[in-house]
Design a protein around this ligand. Structure first.
Ligand code: DGP
Length: 116
């Protein structure tokens, strides 16, 4: 682990040093329930690799980050969750509070547009 990832909340969740309700895990990704759900089903999909934000992605991270979207979609489909919203906040002004890239998957209620 690098210094940055040692202090990262989501790296600790991925390493199971902090408990969470994990709903998906494979070699590269973890999906776990959001501690402050904004919908009846609210799951965060993260890479095990520490990437702080979309703007910190290397071009070689594109496939890995794409797998977050695929895993979120598969989770919603296999759970028959119906329509869902995926959100990736980048930077504090856009609502990012944890600086480890994550895809929010929210389902189980209607979602307005624009999101606000
Ligand atoms: P964002 O604001 O986009 O950076 O989303 C961060 C999300 O992480 C937010 O919806 C709440 C969630 N969260 C923060 N701390 C924890 C935690 O310790 N456990 C879990 N399961 N979720 C957390």
């Amino acid at each position: 682990m690098t210094t940055e990832s040692e202090s990262c909340l989501f790296c600790k969740i991925a390493a199971k040093k902090i408990p969470s309700t994990i709903v998906h895990e494979d070699d590269e990704l973890v999906g776990f329930r959001d501690i402050s759900p904004q919908a009846p089903s609210h799951v965060l999909f993260i890479p095990k690799k520490h990437i702080s934000a979309v703007t910190a992605m290397e071009s070689t991270d594109a496939e890995l980050v794409g797998k977050l979207i695929a895993a979120a979609g598969r989770f919603a489909r296999e759970g028959n969750l119906g329509d869902f919203r995926l959100v990736v906040n980048n930077g504090p002004g856009a609502g990012q509070s944890v600086f480890h890239i994550h895809v929010h998957m929210m389902a189980g209620r209607p979602f307005a547009w624009p999101p606000g």
